[in-house]
Design a protein around this ligand. Structure first.
Ligand code: DGT
Ligand code: CA
Ligand code: CA
Length: 364
């Protein structure tokens, strides 16, 4: 029988784990990483929390004020602001290890990726299970990062398998076990099923995936529209043919060049910078993506690195906006630049697709 072998990997309590990595004393304490809004004080939302803090009901997306109230009694709780540049660094080192374990690697986000390992495991799930364990060990040994992996014959079931047991989990669902794995799970484990559609199903007295399979595809299409209805129909049966695709890999959307001559002259650097922006933007448009973050990188004459990045207000694929932001970052960096610059790079990140299945949540 022919089937694929697909890993989904997701790093545990990612931002909070990164904070623990650079400050191991945090490990024994509840840690809550927050996006403070520019209104000041405690306004803003929780980005994530470590499992110590989750025990008290703290969740991603919750207002910071709520989280503080839940933790009132505790003296050792730590609230921290996000540091995206640092999380990206950890993510990049992890991804560069993960990539080497895949026949095909698909970057999903800072803490998530799919791997097609069909060839290297020769379609054998025992081998796949060992390979997944090796990958988890490698991440733990080289960056002390704890992760969770789901393994199955497609992306959808592997993602559900990852969520099945966290943190530090490894769940393998062999092709002939997909049905018995999915049937008892609540409908909301299907990616893209949000609160609203969960309520819809609840009204119909449908709670589990087994219940959901009572609806035929026409009923589902009537409830959700053809695209989403068909998606849910197939998902309930563990069917997903979508390929692991290398698009979105950040390596494709960053460029670094060695300058003809070490310099810190704006005019000279800006010409190279614009050229790099054009190359990157071409790749992005070709892959039908928009980005939300722009960064520049200097390798200085002593080979040390300097980076600076900025979040945009809205996702875009505009060359003008990319150039404008990169040039602005260049200008700002040069103000206190002491060493000459030897290599110059640009990197864009925080992608989403212009359209497609990644947007499934928007239909609900
Ligand atoms: P996990 O995977 O359940 O152990 O925990 P996380 O924190 O890794 O959760 P995940 O994989 O859903 O999200 C990865 C990172 O994305 C997380 O560390 C922080 C960020 N994030 C997730 N949800 C939210 C949210 O609602 N708001 C904000 N600002 N950031 C979020
Ligand atoms: Ca995660
Ligand atoms: Ca994730």
């Amino acid at each position: 029988m022919q089937h694929r072998v697909i890993f989904h990997i997701d790093f545990d309590y990612f931002y909070a784990q990164c904070e623990e990595l650079r400050n191991p004393e945090l490990k024994t304490k509840p840690v809550i990483v927050c996006v403070f809004s520019d209104r000041g004080g405690d306004s803003g939302a929780v980005a994530t929390a470590n499992y110590q803090a989750r025990k008290y009901g703290v969740k991603s997306g919750m207002p910071i004020k709520f989280a503080k109230r839940k933790m009132e009694e505790l003296s050792d709780v730590v609230f921290l602001p996000t540091d995206f540049d640092y999380y990206s660094e950890i993510s990049e080192s992890a991804m560069s290890i993960i990539r080497t374990y895949a026949d095909i690697f698909e970057y999903v986000g800072r803490d998530e990726a799919y791997l097609d390992v069909t060839k290297r495991t020769e379609e054998d799930f025992t081998r796949a299970s060992h390979l997944a364990q090796q990958l988890k060990n490698a991440l733990r040994q080289s960056i002390k990062l704890s992760s969770t992996i789901g393994v199955s014959s497609n992306k959808l079931v592997s993602k559900i398998a990852t969520d099945f047991k966290k943190p530090d989990g490894l769940t393998v669902v062999e092709p002939d076990k997909i049905e018995s794995f999915l049937d008892p799970l609540p409908i909301k484990v299907i990616p893209g099923i949000g609160k609203k559609s969960e309520e819809k199903f609840h009204e119909l007295s449908l709670e589990t995936i087994l219940d959901l399979k009572k609806l035929d595809v026409f009923t589902l299409n009537g409830l959700f529209g053809r695209k989403t209805g068909t998606y849910i129909y197939n998902a309930a049966r563990g069917i997903d043919e979508s390929p692991v695709s290398p698009r979105g890999d950040p390596i494709q959307y960053s460029r670094i060049i060695t300058l003809k001559q070490d310099t810190k002259d704006f005019e000279s650097l800006s010409k190279d910078l614009e050229q790099i922006c054009e190359d990157i933007q071409n790749a992005i448009v070709k892959d039908n993506l928009v980005f939300k973050s722009v960064g520049i990188q200097f390798v200085q004459e002593d080979l040390s690195n300097r980076t600076k990045s900025r979040m945009l207000k809205n996702p875009t694929s505009s060359l003008d906006e990319l150039k404008k932001t990169a040039l602005q970052l260049l200008k700002e960096s040069l103000v206190d630049q002491r060493l000459l610059i030897r290599r110059l790079g640009v990197k864009v990140s925080d992608f989403s697709e212009v359209s497609g299945q990644a947007d499934i949540t928007n239909f609900f």
